[in-house]
Design a binder for this molecule. Sequence first.
Ligand code: ATP
Ligand code: MG
Length: 422
Amino acid sequence: MNIKKPKGTNDIFGEEAIRWQSLEQDIRNTCDNFGIKEIRTPMFEYRKLFERGVGESTDVVQKEMFSFKDRGDREYALKPENTAGAVRAYLENSLSEQVQPTKLYYIAPCFRDERNQAGRYKQFNQFGVEVFGSFDASCDAEVISFAYELIKRLGLKNVKLKLNSLGGNECRKNYNNRLKEFIETKLEFLCEDCKTRYEKNPLRVLDCKNERCKEAIKDAPTTIDSLDSECNKHFEDLKKYLDIMGIEYEVDTKIVRGLDYYTKTVFEFVCQSEILGSQSTICGGGRYDNLIKECGGARTGAVGFGMGLERVLLLMKEQQAKEVEQKTPVLYLGSMGEEGFIKAQSIGYELRKKGIYVEYDIVKRSVKAQLKYADKINAKYVAIIGDNEIETNKINLKDMAKSSQREISLSDIEKEITREDI
Ligand code: ATP
Ligand code: MG
C-alpha cells in the first residue's frame, strides 16, 4: 500500500504533538482566566447553515467548502469555520435564555478546499472565542484584550493589532453605494471574481488578494468615513477602552474581513514573517450583531475571532517563542531473565499507578541494549533486576546525569527516585 495523506493535511506527532499540547494548554488556561467556557460542536453541519451564516457570496461558501450528501439526499458541509456552528448551538440549546453574556471558546479543525502553502491547508485548526449578549464596545474590548493577552503569553513578538469599523446596517448600505460608484470607475482593472463580487457584495472587492485589484482600489472610500454617530461612538469607545488597558493597535481602513456577517468592529492580528509570507494574519474577528437573528434567534450582540493555530505554531517556531519540554522517564527499570522481567513489571506498574513515569523492557532486549535504550530516552535513573537482585533484595540505582550509582533496597526504589535532596 502506498497511499499518501491528502495534500493540505498534516500528521502531527513527536515534538510537534508536544508543541500542540503546550499551545492548547496555554489557550485553555487563558480562557479560564477570562471566564470563557468550551463548546464542542459537530465536525459537519447542514450546508445551509454556512450559506446563511457565512454568506453565499463569500469565497468560503462559493469555492472552499467541502460539501457532501447522505443517502437521504441531505446536504452537509465539513465546517469551514466555527462561528456558525457556535451560533446554531447557542440557539438550539437555549443558551440564549440563560444569564448573559455567554462566553464560549473552541479548538477545532476546519476544512477549506484551498491551494496549500505554508500556513494554508485544507484541514487546519482554529481556536476561537465568541461572546454573545452585549452590544457594548466594552465587549469588543474584552474579546480583543483576550486575544492580545494570549498572544503575549505565547511569547510571540512583532504581532500587530489592526482595527477598523464597518458600521451597522445603515452605514454599510450607504457605504456600499459609495463603494460601488467608486469601483465602477475601476472595473476594467479588476479580476473576474471581483467583477461579480462587486455586483453582489462590493465590500468583498476590498478583501481580494490579487495585487492588480489591490492597486486599483487603493483610493477607495473608507467605511470609517460612512459611520453614523452611534457607530462612530462605538468605535471611539472601543479605542478608549483599549488605550486604557495599554493595548496597542493601528486603525487600518483596508481591513474588511472575508466573511459576510461582520458589523461595526473588525480586527486582525498580523505578523510579517519569512515563514508565513502572505499568510500573515494569525487571528481575525469582529462584531456580528446580525448573525444570531439571521439564524433564527432574537437580535443579539456578538463579538468573536478565529485564530489559525498552524500559523501561530509556525511563528512560535520561527521566533523560538517557547521551549517545549519532552517528558522523560524518571526510571528505566531493566531486567535480566523472565523472573527479573516479572519483578520489573510489577514494580514498574506500581510506580506508574502512583503517577511516576517509569519504563521497563517490553521488547526483551539484551541488558546491553536496554542500557543503550535507557540512555536514548533520557531516563533519570536506571536499574536492572535479575535473579541476584531478587534474592538479595538489593539493586544498583544509577543516576545517569551524575554517572554515579548506589546500592539500595528494592523496596526503597520509590523513595530514592523521588528524593528531592539529591
Ligand atoms: P486568509 O485571508 O488568510 O484566507 P481568512 O480571512 O479566510 O484568512 P478567517 O476565515 O477569518 O480567515 O479564519 C480565521 C483564521 O484562520 C485566519 O486568520 C487564519 O489564521 C486561519 N486560516 C484561515 N484559512 C486557513 C487555512 N486554509 N489554513 C490555515 N489557517 C487558515
Ligand atoms: Mg481565506
